[in-house]
Design a protein around this ligand. Structure first.
Ligand code: DX5
Ligand code: ZN
Length: 225
């Protein structure tokens, strides 16, 4: 399994965002996770497409290889802003099905812009919509905290849900990423991978320490062990 580590810049220093993105990429990030909150779907407010566009030129390795921007929309409605994020350079755009009036239409709106589409499931949200749209998406994101804030504790029932999603992905046979978001640390990442996740968001675990590379290396070490 090829694992991806996606640091969430929600926990970065916003006054030095470009530099933080560069530093965390130099430390070995595979993706940059971009948490968009609207003070409506979730009780917090972060950043919009203009910030994504400003970050985009910094999302490269020192050798110039582009690092995907993984936009996690915690907003309602979805479609109009998703289009703006596509234009702002997002590589993946994921949304919460309960935040969209028309899930299939929102997926198509994202894909019509040439961007990969993902669906996000809150801790108490069932996976039922996957029965109908799994063939249309590129990513499933399982929330292991309630969305809105960094630094919360991992909710264990997410493990069962990840196992369920992994079975559905295997059954459908398509190349779909299975990402997990919330409370991921060096000491639980392996458990989450064993449940079937292949892509790991981590905010406070990485940006809360001075040595980003030390944390990312330790996460990779735990995954390889
Ligand atoms: C929560 C966000 C997460 C958050 C994860 O709404 O979607 O991406 O930044 O933060 P940590 O890793 O600190 O739990
Ligand atoms: Zn997120």
């Amino acid at each position: 399994m090829s694992f991806r580590i996606a640091p969430s810049i929600l926990s970065a220093d916003f006054a030095r965002l470009g530099e933080e993105v560069k530093n965390v990429i130099a430390a070995g990030s595979d993706w940059i996770h971009f948490d968009v909150m609207d003070n409506h779907y979730v009780p917090n407010l972060t950043f919009g497409p203009m910030i994504c566009q400003a970050v985009k030129p910094h999302a490269r390795t020192a050798a110039g290889v582009a690092v995907p921007i993984d936009v996690h929309l915690m907003i309602s409605p979805v479609d109009a802003l998703a289009a703006l994020f596509a234009e702002a350079g997002a590589d993946y755009i994921s949304f919460h099905p309960d935040a969209s009036g028309h899930v299939h239409r929102s997926i198509q709106a994202i894909k019509s812009k040439g961007v990969k589409a993902g669906l996000v499931f809150n801790p108490a949200e069932p996976l039922d919509v996957l029965d109908w749209v799994i063939d249309d998406i590129d990513l499933v994101l399982i929330m292991s905290v309630n969305p809105g804030f960094g630094g919360q504790s991992f909710i264990d029932s997410a493990l069962r849900k990840i196992e369920d999603v992994r079975k559905r992905i295997t059954a459908c046979g398509k190349d779909i990423r299975l990402e997990v978001d919330g409370g991921i640390k060096v000491d639980n990442i392996r458990r989450v991978a064993d449940a079937g996740a292949d892509t790991f968001v981590a905010g406070s675990a990485i940006f809360g320490k001075p040595d980003y590379k030390g944390v990312i290396d330790a996460m990779r070490g735990a995954l390889a062990a």
